[in-house]
Write a protein that binds this ligand. Structure first.
Ligand SMILES: OC[C@H]1O[C@H](O[C@H]2O[C@H](CO)[C@@H](O)[C@H](O)[C@H]2O)[C@H](O)[C@@H](O)[C@@H]1O
Length: 558
């Protein structure tokens, strides 16, 4: 028997969850599991028991009455909080030449104020009344239905906060993650108990690296290192898999969640998807859906495996995330290993640094033996059921370029040629998540901020002019898409549609959300990096930022 998503008989298992979600009292299943209890779980469970004895299946109107009596609307777990380190005019704004883009960057910088959340101390004192996990410091949330912290989103949020000179808020967010590692041994998907038995792509080491680069605070690094290593051990002990290639056995990582039952926050979706399956098949599907959520790509045809072992014609029910070795997770862990080595060097522990360098070298060998395809010039996910690669296009096929986790420079240059030939660059509004329109949100035509950023950053680190120009070109496309959508809707979105000019993304199991943490972080990073050259297309720029030749040409014209 596998454990449920959490032990709460209100939020993760039991008849209240089942009946409330099945009655579809809310448009979004997440609404119910985010509500606060007005009485202790025992009182609420026994009141529900009485109601069930009377009605059996409780009619929706009675269920609603029950909810009104025993639950509060989501949101009462937070108190008013505006980041205390927010201030006008951080330096990076001065490097943005285009007048419209600079004004827009100011607006994005303002958005941190509306996305800040502080958890009430009552959540710490009476945790049984909440699904919210208590963390001691305020956070920046993604926005919309995502009212709580999210693990991998926070990497791009923190990078944005550091540009906004909000070092204290960034510090607090990292402290929260260290606190979560001390409590759970790893970092949950997000700040709710129904997320507590799965994680998300492990970006904390890189968050610490960003913070360290901004502050050079060695004491902070020293304190962070033990929890970071504990998290790394969690991934190596619970998320690794042996893979054989060319007669050698390698160790690589995958997303893997040994937890039963539907996801509480998407309960009816998971229940319906499993209809008609045997108990064993249901359990496998629910594990794989949770592993999909752990990957951050929930959901995508990338995780489908057909009955013939391939991924051509299937639908969401064919999600087999745990049977796939993902390129991006392994590239990320390779970068984490190199970064942990550098932390040990900075702190003067050469032996530990060497241990992590060796781990990175072992992973590099494994990545090249199992995931690298010299003929196609890219890295591909490996299917453990068929021992074959999935050669479809995903931006993650270039993740080792971003992580600088390859042994020969020509591999990265080959990957640039692969990208150019892939067909993924023909969209003027960003690079799609795949070339397949499955209706899932991590597929065509959606383009996601973290994937754009990793692709652009990877290309920008390459020495060739071609790669650097491509990086700038993709940054320009992405900024234009975000900016156009902002001018139309006065909002930043979690994802965009590569088919429309300034069109929010769609598909998947919930409506596109506004806010939005990682979108803002990525936009600020690109505006910072390429601010002297990016344009809104309106032609109005700050003259002082133009190169001198352009200024004198402009003067001659007047
Ligand atoms: O409720 C459905 C799923 O929602 C989350 O996933 C999506 O939003 C996250 C926050 O921006 C993001 O980190 C993730 O990549 C998105 O796919 C949540 O993380 C899932 O666990 C949840 O089932």
């Amino acid at each position: 028997a596998l454990p449920p998503p959490c032990d709460s008989q209100i939020y993760c298992t039991g008849p209240i969850l089942h009946q409330v979600q099945k009655a579809r009292l809310f448009d979004d299943d997440k609404e119910f599991v985010d509500m606060k209890l007005r009485e202790s779980p025992d009182v609420v469970l026994s009141a529900f028991q009485n109601l069930s004895s009377e009605f059996g299946t409780i009619p929706p109107a009675k269920l609603q009455e029950f909810l009104d009596m025993y639950f509060e609307k989501p949101g009462t777990e937070f108190e008013e909080w505006i980041p205390t380190d927010w201030h006008d005019n951080p330096k990076f704004l001065g490097g943005i030449a285009d007048l419209q883009l600079r004004k827009w960057a100011e607006k994005i910088h303002q958005l941190w104020k509306s996305l800040g959340r502080k958890i009430r101390s009552d959540v710490k004192d009476q945790p049984e009344l909440y699904s919210q996990i208590y963390t001691p410091h305020p956070v920046i949330v993604p926005g919309g239905r995502f009212r709580e912290l999210y693990y991998w989103d926070s990497y791009w949020v923190i990078n944005g906060l550091l540009l906004s000179e909000m070092t204290q808020t960034a510090h607090g967010m990292i402290q929260n993650f260290l606190y979560l590692i001390n409590r759970y041994g790893f970092i949950p998907n997000g700040g709710r108990i129904y997320y507590e038995r799965r994680s998300q792509p492990p970006f904390l080491t890189l968050m610490v690296e960003s913070y360290y680069q901004a502050t050079k605070d060695k004491e902070f690094l020293r304190a962070a290192l033990a929890p970071l290593e504990r998290e790394y051990q969690f991934w190596m002990q619970n998320r690794s898999v042996a893979v054989s290639a060319n007669g050698t056995e390698y160790k690589l990582n995958r997303y893997y969640v040994e937890v039963d039952l539907p996801r509480p926050e998407s309960y009816t979706d998971d229940l319906e998807l499993a209809e008609g399956l045997s108990d064993e098949e249901k359990q496998q599907l629910w594990m794989d859906l949770k592993a999909g959520a752990e990957s951050g790509w929930d959901f995508t045809s990338r995780w489908y495996i057909d009955s013939d072992g391939h991924n051509n014609n299937s639908t969401l029910g064919a999600t087999r995330t745990s049977a796939i070795v993902p390129t991006d997770l392994n590239a990320l862990l390779c970068l984490c290993e190199k970064t942990l080595a550098s932390f040990h060097s900075i702190l003067g522990d050469g032996d530990s640094a060497a241990r992590y360098e060796e781990a990175a070298a072992r992973r590099l060998q494994a990545i090249e033996a199992v995931l690298w395809d010299a003929e196609r010039g890219a890295w591909f996910d490996f299917n453990l059921e068929t021992n074959s690669s999935n050669v479809q296009f995903y931006p993650s096929n270039l993740a080792p370029v971003w992580a600088q986790c390859y042994s020969r420079s020509e591999m990265a240059e080959k990957a640039v040629q692969y990208l150019k030939k892939s067909g993924a660059l023909r969209f003027p509004n960003g690079v799609p998540t795949s070339l397949r329109n499955s209706g899932q949100q991590w597929d065509y035509p959606n383009a996601w901020p973290p994937l754009q950023h990793m692709l652009i950053e990877g290309l920008s680190k390459l020495p060739s002019e071609e790669a650097q120009e491509l990086a700038f070109d993709l940054a320009q496309r992405w900024i234009k898409t975000n900016w156009l959508a902002y001018t139309k809707y006065d909002a930043m979105f979690e994802k965009y549609d590569v088919e429309g000019d300034g069109k929010p993304g769609g598909g998947g199991e919930y409506e596109v959300q506004l806010g939005f943490g990682w979108t803002n972080g990525v936009a600020l990073q690109l505006l910072d990096h390429y601010g002297a050259n990016l344009t809104s297309g309106t032609g109005r720029v700050f003259a002082s930022l133009l190169p001198p030749l352009v200024i004198s040409a402009a003067r001659m014209l007047h």
